[in-house]
Write a protein that binds this ligand. Sequence first.
Ligand code: SAH
Ligand code: SF4
Length: 444
Amino acid sequence: MTLLEKEKKVVTITYGCQMSERDAETLTEITRQEGYTSSNDLENADLVIVNTCCVRESAENRILGKIGELKKLKERNPGLKIAISGCMVQQPGALERLQKRAPHVDIWTGTHNLHDFSELLHRSETEKRIAEIWQESHQTMESTPLAEKGKLQANVNIMYGCDNFCSYCIVPHVRGRERSRQPQDIIREIKALAANGCKEVTLLGQNVNSYGKEFDPTFDFADLLQEVDQISELLRVRFITSHPKDLSDKLIMTIARGDKLCEHFHLPLQSGSNSILECMNRQYTREYYLSRVRKIRELLPQATLTTDIIVGFPGESEEDFEQTLEMINSVHYSQAFTFMYSKRSGTSAADMPDQIPLDIKKRRLQRLMSVQNEESYLLRQSMIGKRYEILVEGPSKTNPNRLTGRTRGNILVVFNGLPEVIGSLVTLKIVEAGSWTLVGELEN
Ligand code: SAH
Ligand code: SF4
């Protein structure tokens, strides 16, 4: 670059799940290859990417607000390019509505053609209001760039899409059918990340437990984990999300025998009532779910469990809701992500009778959160005096004089220590606990 050439800056704003975050990283990496530098400085940006989520209406409203704010930014800086990507744009019929609402946007792109982004950027030099949304991806995306160099932790897609069609969920409608990446491509990506300094990978899929179901000869998620466990530079391997219906004994045993495979299962329950689970099309009962939890506890007594719960699904009675609370008290989750049911057009639950009024949903959510907070508090209290292996991530966000890291069970701990330990494993003794924080002391 000559002195006269201005450095181009890209600001990426992303919403939603880890897969969405991974997509945002891919888009940012593509812009880097096109000469942009990432930045947080919106006022001086040359390109803003908003990578969207549409899983709940609340997320969509926040994103629409953000896109609206960018209009004023573009009025102040007419050279600014705005690109909107991701699930919200991919929803059937959404593009026209969004384009009408936000004519100041330069590029609209969906979830299936991320690798196409550099071409869209080039086209935007001469074309206005580009929209490129593929209806379906028939391939897994292999040509997408790696995560940024030198990162301690990275997310790795092992599969795309979802075949489960839970009745409330928009994901299969915007991410397409399930497709698994070839094991050798995944391993190659993880080795390259490890060579760049990455110590922890999280394997991503909407339902990692059904990884490889189309492969012949068979090669399933447990087989993949065994291979990833062998990559020497890595310290830890995590994965998300496990659908309870497909959680096999083989997988639990593989984790029990593994070295770097972390003993944490994100096992979304959604509801504790069998009739609601059936209407949700979750394909398991509360009894089956509990039997899976028992198996985990038997083979991996130190494992932690986290979950997702929806309150106020159509037809949910007080009794159904009480059954969800009972499950929270029986499973002892370390954390629960709790949501009010949000009607998503195009899903089958959107047309179900007995939609629950907002005030009831809010009341149930509050109650659920307070029951879970008590559980989280008790679990953290029970950790006092015990020793845990921590991967040190860096300075704590809330107190930069302290360091922070996670247990193998994915519980955050803060402690006093020197920056030299960042990126390595240390042993901490837990000395203090609240609902959300744990304080540890380094053991020498
Ligand atoms: N594939 C993952 C979840 C993806 S979406 C799984 O099956 O667990 C993340 C979470 O958002 C879901 O687990 C669910 O709890 C919540 N969610 C999805 N659709 C929702 C909706 N319409 N209303 C409220 N919460 C929803
Ligand atoms: Fe949505 Fe169900 Fe697929 Fe998860 S498994 S992404 S909740 S349809």
